[in-house]
Design a protein around this ligand. Structure first.
Ligand SMILES: [Zn+2]
Length: 281
């Protein structure tokens, strides 16, 4: 989680969905194939939900790889009104306006397969495996899941919980006329949490993608502070209000991380409050 999301349906509903999909296969050879694997398919989906989709605990299914296309077609070409087609449409009809994986203000119109459908075709239409994700995150994630040393790179929006709501922290580094930015797991996280947030940030190249936003946010802040100072208004009080305004729906949104970094940075605040008036770009 950069942003935690509720699991879209219960474990029991996941199994019912498989029964419905299998019942809708009326053409051979798919009818015989899906009926023959239905019980094991349900068991594997049940295991996925029980283990939060962790590739460390959810194995591949070599026996069905020859039929991978049949699973992937369920996702890519669902018939109108089909069991999985209705569920997929529901998953796409969300009101999110930030990407739950990186926190960017983006409309996430596509779904990501947490365990990629190329390696795990049997989870191609498993709702627990499908999360909204922005295009830049999807491009970077690709078919990755982890490696031998670290079986799991990515935070799962439906399953991962953390001891803190804010799991990422930004630092603004001097000189404050042209600052640099450092993005890292929140220092208050536990060891295993820090490791997961680290690999997630690194694999999705989130720090590199954030920098332009933070540079622009810094310039915007200078302009807004100049206006506050010209009006004789309290700079810190206003910045605090802007921070609070961006804490919803998640404190890991890019704007909130920026204002959080400002409020924790005494020298930067002093620069804003009483430094030389900025030359406005
Ligand atoms: Zn994203």
């Amino acid at each position: 989680m950069v942003m935690s999301l509720p699991l879209p349906m219960t474990a029991a509903d996941h199994l019912d969905l498989i029964d419905d999909i299998v019942a809708e296969r009326t053409q051979e050879p798919n009818k015989t194939f899906f009926n023959s694997i239905a019980d094991e398919w349900k068991q594997r989906v049940g295991d996925y939900v029980a283990h939060g989709g962790s590739p460390a605990h959810v194995p591949g299914w070599p026996a069905i790889m020859g039929k991978a296309k049949s699973f992937k077609t369920l996702y890519s070409h669902p018939a109108d009104g089909s069991a999985q087609g209705v569920v997929l449409q529901d998953l796409r009809d969300h009101d999110l306006d930030i990407c739950p994986s990186c926190g960017s203000p983006a409309v996430t119109e596509t779904l990501d397969h947490y365990l990629p459908k190329g390696k795990y075709p049997h989870f191609a239409v498993t709702p627990a495996n499908l999360t909204p994700m922005c295009d830049p995150c999807q491009r970077r994630k690709g078919e990755d899941t982890g490696d031998a040393a670290t079986p799991r790179f990515f935070i799962h929006p439906y399953f991962d919980t953390f001891s803190l709501d804010q799991i990422v922290q930004l630092t603004i580094n001097a000189p404050f006329t042209t600052p640099t930015f450092t993005l890292a797991p929140h220092p208050g996280l536990q060891v295993a949490e820090t490791q997961l947030v680290s690999t997630h940030l690194r694999a999705l190249q989130i720090a590199r993608r954030y920098i332009r936003f933070f540079r622009n946010e810094h310039r915007r802040l200078l302009r807004n502070v100049a206006k506050l100072r010209a009006k004789g208004l309290d700079v810190v009080e206003n910045i605090e209000a802007w921070q609070e305004g961006h804490a919803d729906p998640t404190p890991n949104s890019w704007q909130h991380l920026f204002y959080d970094a400002v409020m924790r940075n005494g020298p930067y605040l002093a620069h804003l409050v009483s430094g030389p008036s900025p030359i406005l770009p």
